[in-house]
Design a protein around this ligand. Structure first.
Ligand SMILES: NC(=O)c1ccc[n+]([C@@H]2O[C@H](COP(=O)([O-])OP(=O)(O)OC[C@H]3O[C@@H](n4cnc5c(N)ncnc54)[C@H](OP(=O)(O)O)[C@@H]3O)[C@@H](O)[C@H]2O)c1
Length: 379
């Protein structure tokens, strides 16, 4: 799709930048990879070259306009033109996230705006100046769900992501008449990336959540019940950079896997359909009370009517001998028992010694695609 295209990638040593570099290389692009530190960018370039692709690495701070300009000119001097400019710059969450807005100082609030939006403007503007005379080119970036959804403790990160998407639209409005497309990608969290792992590290200091539970919680909001991979995002980037996406400009593609719908709404718990069965703790659903010693922990999918908690998994005790194929959970607080539809094989059922080990098992099921099961009870 990208045969002989000349592609610049800024922030190419990072998770997204390196994945995009590999996907572009597979599609035949000639890569010019840059980053603030040379070593990680060189590693990516070596990887690409050893896989038969074409890549060069350079140290360029994308906040330094002169450095970006000089590097771009040297690339164009050798390659003749630039076809694609991809900005994949990211910043560590330290001092940016997890501080309440009421306690955040102006400097830290402004940090993501300065360090994420300004390099996007700088790299896009300089690339556009070289693309306009050729009458073609694609300018790209990547944002997060924060651009469209309010999350607590996100500081200036959300405003920065929203600004990048606004800039994508504005650049397109001015550049599309010159044959230049400007597009963005808005993926969900990708757990392979350092940024998401760092986010978990910070969260885990104030909660007992495991890495699997953290991913499971994020994944529970997607239609697919799993998280995006870097390769999936990068493959979409390759398509969007290619002429096959010639009809696409001035937009940011929603790769949230359904967790952020196109109306901008956050996906809450799936609402119970009128025909869905009520919670099955009532006597008419059969079964006789089992002695406590014979009760088992079971995994239940609990859909709550609390809009903030969304779909989540919970644990219940099997307190009755259920008819075949049906699990009868012990009564939980009414708000949580809004719609309980456990099923063997779809979530998993097993006999585990404790509530916490079951909790871990459930998270693993969810991360594995939500269709796993646990223990001898699996079909
Ligand atoms: N990871 C995800 O799950 C995810 C999901 C949705 C969107 N995104 C977005 O994707 C972008 C990249 O995220 P990521 O996970 O790939 O982050 P990352 O792994 O931390 O990579 C970011 C890269 O940008 C480089 N960089 C930072 N400032 C730079 C500058 N001024 N000039 C040149 N390079 C600079 C960093 O270099 P140093 O390491 O030397 O600082 C690093 O190599 C971010 O905008 C992020 O919001 C990420």
């Amino acid at each position: 799709m990208l045969k002989d295209k000349v592609a610049m990638i800024y922030g190419a040593g990072g998770a997204v930048g390196s994945a995009v570099a590999r996907a572009f290389a597979i599609e035949g692009a000639n890569l010019f990879l840059t980053g603030r530190s040379l070593a990680p960018v060189e590693l990516v370039a070596k990887d690409v070259v050893s896989a038969g692709g074409s890549a060069e690495a350079a140290e360029v701070d994308a906040l330094d306009e002169q450095a970006v300009d000089e590097h771009l000119r040297s690339v164009i001097g050798r390659a003749g033109r630039v076809d694609i400019s991809f900005n994949a710059i990211g910043i560590p969450s330290t001092n940016v996230l997890y501080v309440p807005l009421t306690e955040l100082d102006v400097e830290h609030f402004s940090l993501p705006i300065t360090t994420l939006v300004t390099p996007y403007f700088v790299t896009a503007r300089l690339a556009a100046r070289h693309m306009v005379p050729n009458g073609s080119g694609v300018i790209m970036t990547v944002t997060t769900l924060h651009s469209r959804q309010g999350f607590p403790l996100a500081g200036g990160y959300g405003p920065a992501q929203a600004a990048k998407e606004a800039l994508t639209r504005e650049l397109s409005a001015e550049l599309a008449p010159h044959g230049i497309r400007v597009v963005g990608l808005r993926p969900h969290a990708m757990p392979e990336s350092r940024a998401i792992q760092d986010g978990f590290e910070t969260r885990s200091k104030s909660s007992e959540m495991t890495w699997e539970q953290f991913q499971g919680q994020l994944a529970s909001r997607t239609h697919t019940q799993r998280l995006m991979t870097l390769a999936e995002t990068a493959n979409m980037a390759a398509f969007m950079a290619s002429d096959k996406a010639s009809g696409m400009t001035g937009t940011t593609v929603n790769l949230s896997m359904g967790s952020l719908d196109d109306s901008g709404g956050w996906r809450h718990a799936s609402r119970r359909l009128p025909s869905s069965p009520r919670p099955t703790h009532r006597p008419e659903h059969g079964g006789t009370p089992a002695p406590r010693s014979q009760q088992r922990w079971v995994a239940l999918k609990v859909v709550t009517d609390d809009a903030r908690s969304g779909t989540r998994l919970s644990i219940g005790r099997l307190t009755r001998a259920a008819p075949a194929g049906r699990v009868v959970p012990r009564r939980r607080p009414a708000a949580e028992l809004w719609n309980v539809r456990p099923s063997r094989g779809s979530i998993g059922e097993g006999e585990l010694p404790s509530r916490s080990s079951m909790s871990q098992a459930i998270s693993q099921h969810r991360v594995a695609g939500g269709r796993g099961c646990q223990g001898e009870a699996c079909p």
